[in-house]
Design a protein around this ligand. Structure first.
Ligand code: HEC
Length: 301
């Protein structure tokens, strides 16, 4: 074979557009044939062959295709196709060939079932993994519990429910909680400076418009923004989500670097690391940290 021929084989080899199924059981061969005919109608077969999805992912995709007019895929064909896809092209079963595997849409993270008050110590403990914490002053570590006018009762309940003995010391600084009612950005900034606030915890359920200015101001002042639900994670440096029955930390790498925090790997390995949409470089690091966490070697700090 010529050098060019070898090159072509090598390139095509990275994204096959057919499989040799001659040695497969008859039933599996039949499934493959249905797949090969139906799934090559609008794009080459290399497209699905280079993809890896979970069985649920394939099920959802095939369902979508079945509904699409002109796909020519009926229920029976769909079952046969799924028989092939969910045994041969399953995510994690084998290294995917070169090419772009489809991005699955991850299910929305759930809020932990534990009462928010009981999650506060975990969020605060995360801050002890910030290498810049010693540079953030001395004396009591003041955490503002931020709420708006509609949350006054809720804030009172929250403060009453927190057990101060469960709050960790942050590098020998005792944590002091301070109720802070949100009125406008200027007043908020003034209070943060006057009361020497080091971190701002937003209560779950804070109105989205308020949440966004509070978090923006907190970030500008280089204080930690803290949240107790995954919905607020995009606005906070550290937040919490459910990981099965357990709570898990969500660290926003973009927000962390915006306030100058440098979290230790130990923390990132046990957290889910997210980044703001714009910052591509951070995304890479978040992916690496998540890969290490998914390897599941480190216990919760
Ligand atoms: C009616 C036309 C049509 C049929 C039939 C069809 N596809 Fe697709 N498929 C598309 C289109 C359109 C795209 C998107 C192309 C793009 O992203 O550029 C696509 C993309 C894909 C992708 C890449 C998905 C991603 O997120 O990038 C995979 C995998 C795939 N198809 C698998 C299949 C399988 C398996 C079947 C058979 C059940 C199938 N397709 C049948 C039209 C079709």
């Amino acid at each position: 074979m010529s050098a060019l021929g070898l090159l072509v084989v090598a390139v095509l080899g990275s994204a096959p557009d057919a499989l040799d199924v001659s040695s497969w059981p008859a039933e599996k061969q039949a499934q493959y044939r249905v797949f090969a005919v139906r799934c090559s109608k609008c794009h080459s077969l290399a497209r699905p062959l280079s993809a890896r999805m979970t069985p649920e992912g394939w099920r959802a995709y095939v369902k979508k295709m079945t509904r699409r007019s002109g796909s020519g895929i009926n229920e029976e064909a769909a079952e046969a196709i799924l028989g092939f896809l969910t045994t041969n092209l399953v995510k994690g079963a084998a290294a995917p060939p070169a090419g772009t595997p489809p991005q699955e849409t991850a299910p929305a993270p759930k809020a932990p079932t534990q009462a928010p008050e009981t999650l506060l110590p975990l969020v605060l403990r995360a801050l002890t993994y910030d290498r810049t914490l010693p540079d953030r002053g001395t004396g009591p570590f003041v955490v503002a519990v931020a709420f708006d006018g509609a949350q006054r009762t809720r804030a009172g309940e929250f403060m009453a429910a927190v057990d101060p003995t469960t709050l960790p010391a942050l590098r020998n600084r005792t944590v002091r909680l301070l109720e802070l009612e949100l009125t406008d950005p200027a007043e908020f900034r003034r209070l943060v400076a006057e009361k020497n606030v080091q971190a701002v915890l937003v209560l779950p359920g804070l109105a989205p418009s308020t949440l966004s200015w509070v978090c923006a101001a907190t970030q500008e002042l280089k204080r930690y923004g803290l949240a107790l639900t995954p919905e607020q994670a995009p606005n906070a440096v550290v937040a919490i989500e459910a990981n099965g029955a357990k709570p898990r930390l969500v660290v926003n790498a973009s927000r962390a670097s915006a306030v100058g925090a440098e979290f230790d790997r130990t923390l990132l390995q046990v957290s889910r690391v997210v980044v703001d949409e714009e910052s591509g470089g951070d995304r890479l690091r978040a992916g690496q940290a998540n890969a290490r966490r998914d390897a599941g070697t480190t216990p919760l700090p």
